[in-house]
Design a protein around this ligand. Structure first.
Ligand code: ASP
Length: 605
């Protein structure tokens, strides 16, 4: 049995073409705009998620009640209209997909009136500030651009499910109310009503559940899951975000990477029509040396070049003092033609810029026709021939130096490299440079805390050829520990990390050694991870996996650098949902039930 109503649509607002001329149709949607043409005609652009269709009310032929109703229509009113399709008189509007036709309306139903909205949901006018958009997200999401993003996001998740299903992955849900399992960030906590004083944590990622699923014999797991990390605000982060989370059993690093590469290739092809060639690989060590970051943007040159051996021959204190430090280094970037393209003001700014990364400054000099002739020329002139050769310098080039510990120097110049590329417009449009970064160190030494931290997470295995060295290494032997390479891998595109993962430890003794090394006592390890350590005792297959940052993937696919654009209901930098006003106060009675005392209750919200 079919039932119809005045708003039972025959077509969407994006569907009608000249081939429909003469057909009787019903369309429904929001009034995008209303125009009067003399005394005879009223035009309404009607919008739904598929597009815009022009409605025309011919005031002479149209029933009086319809004319009266059309008179009162305002932007964002919701209506249904029926009438006959005709080819437009004055020629097609090339800007609209339905631009060849219009619907001559004879029946109109007003489904809902709209107050004057705080802004018009169009991509044409300038948008109000983001706060207003977020407060009225229902209006903001009506914008065609936002509708397109929501659709692309849906497409990407569907492609992920299809691809991984074809590869034999099972989608398995894991709990949201969990035990706190450290992944490096702060937990969101939820009090237990039934167990006074006990708390759940929201998952930072389903890491341990997916590993347990491998021990359970599931072999291939995937989940498009929410993760929660209570981190300090950063422009491209949200505390609540989505991952495509994956784990596989009986695989090597190569097999995981191949499977994931296939997914990235499918996604870029299907969504953007881009053929991604086989992905190059770079070791962490090489990435840090050449690009100063572990997520290198390989779309342009400006590589960092180590000149420590040459710099040691100067009596430039900035260089020599850096080289006296433990793991001191001097590095340089050649900026081709930089002498003309960068002003003194800009290069002075670079010295300031690198300070936020712990460097003292960024000395510069220009390679003139006869030799170095500005900035720190005096100090580097004695090593000119060697610098010319190592950096491939030509007259007109600018050279910028970094000198400090290797870590500070690489980081500062790595960040500066990206800034210079942006300043000089060196980043090619439309390029997609993917790269796998592999062979990370397993551990980093946290100088401030005086302790070892796992570079990926503490469940990451050493590379198979490193296992013996790891088991032999003494916690006090800094070089030995620093030298252990993990079986971790990150997928990077255009300088942004879109996925990260590793082969995991599946041996209880190795896992225990890692816990001890990162400063967990055996008791703490047991208290936090006994379930994992127990599971590893009862037959664990070798396994490994990865997680794609889904929001970031969609940002790339949609060409936006605002993470809030790709989430239907994002939060602000201070974690506020401006539409629903979360977080907000709760009743004292609710807190009492949860056995929680609100120590902030007297403070203003
Ligand atoms: N759980 C890790 C993360 O969230 C990813 C992984 O190792 O699979 O970064």
């Amino acid at each position: 049995m079919t039932s119809t109503s005045p708003y039972t649509r025959t077509h969407t607002c994006g569907q009608l073409r000249s081939s429909h001329a003469g057909a009787r149709v019903t369309v429904a949607g929001w009034v995008d705009s209303r125009r009067e043409h003399g005394d005879a005609l009223v035009f309404i652009d009607l919008r739904d998620r598929e597009g815009v269709t022009q409605l025309v009310f011919d005031l002479e032929d149209c029933p009086k009640d319809v004319v009266d109703a059309s008179d009162k229509l305002r932007g964002e009113d919701v209506i249904a209209a029926s009438g006959v399709v005709r080819v437009r008189d004055g020629g097609a509007n090339p800007k609209l997909e339905t631009g060849e036709i219009e619907v001559v309306v004879d029946t109109l139903t007003v489904l809902s009136k709209a107050q004057t909205p705080p802004f018009h949901p169009t991509d044409k006018d300038s948008l109000p500030n983001e706060e207003i958009r977020l407060r009225h997200r229902y209006l903001d999401l009506r914008r065609p651009r936002m509708q397109k993003i929501l659709r692309t996001r849906h497409r990407a998740s569907k492609l992920a499910r299809d691809y991984f299903d074809e590869q034999g992955f099972l989608e398995i849900e894991t709990p949201i109310l969990c035990k706190s399992t450290p992944e490096g960030a702060r937990d969101f906590l939820v009090p237990s009503r039934l167990q006074p004083g006990a708390w759940y944590a929201l998952p930072q990622s389903p890491q341990l559940f997916k590993q347990i699923l491998m021990v359970s014999g599931c072999e291939r797991y995937m989940q498009i899951c929410r993760c929660f990390r209570d981190e300090d605000p950063r422009a491209d982060r949200q505390a609540e975000f989505t991952q495509i989370d994956l784990e596989m059993s009986f695989v090597t690093r190569e097999q995981v990477m191949d499977t994931m590469e296939g997914f990235a290739r499918r996604l870029w092809k299907e969504v953007l029509g881009v053929d991604v060639p086989p992905l190059p690989r770079i070791t962490y060590h090489e990435a840090m040396h050449r690009y100063g970051v572990d997520r290198p943007d390989t779309r342009y040159g400006l590589e960092l070049v180590d000149i420590s051996d040459i710099a040691a021959k100067t009596d430039f204190k900035v260089f020599t003092q850096a080289l006296e430090k433990r793991k001191g280094a001097v590095k340089a970037i050649r900026i081709p033609g930089g002498a003309e393209r960068l002003t003194r003001k800009m290069t002075d700014g670079y010295s300031e810029f690198v300070k936020q990364f712990g460097a003292g400054g960024a000395p510069v000099t220009k390679r003139g026709e006869a030799g170095f002739d500005t900035g720190v020329a005096r100090f580097v002139e004695p090593i000119r021939a060697e610098l010319d050769e190592r950096l491939g310098l030509e007259p007109g080039d600018l050279v910028v130096f970094g000198a400090d510990t290797f870590t500070v120097c690489a980081r500062a110049l790595g960040e500066l490299r990206q800034k210079i590329a942006r300043d000089l417009g060196m980043i090619p449009e439309g390029a997609w440079n993917f790269v796998w970064v592999i062979d990370f160190p397993m551990f980093e030494y946290d100088e401030e805390g005086g302790r070892w931290v796992a570079m990926h997470h503490p469940f990451t295995a050493p590379n198979p050829d490193q296992l013996d060295a790891f088991l032999r290494a003494d916690a006090g032997d800094r070089d030995a520990i620093e030298g252990v390479v993990s079986a971790g891998y990150d997928l990077v595109v255009n300088g942004s990390e879109i996925a990260g993962g590793s082969i995991r430890i599946h041996d209880q003794a190795v896992q225990e050694k890692v816990f001890r090394l990162i400063g967990l006592s055996d008791e703490e390890a047991k208290e936090k991870f006994s379930f994992l350590l127990d599971a590893l005792k009862y037959g664990a297959p070798p396994h490994g996996g990865i997680a794609f940052g889904f929001d970031r993937l969609v940002m790339h696919l949609c060409g936006t650098d605002n993470i809030r654009d790709v989430m239907a209901f994002p939060k602000t930098q201070i974690g506020a949902d401006l539409m629903t006003r979360a977080p907000g106060p709760v009743d004292a009675a609710q807190l009492k039930e949860l056995h929680v005392v609100n120590t902030a209750q007297d403070k203003p919200a």
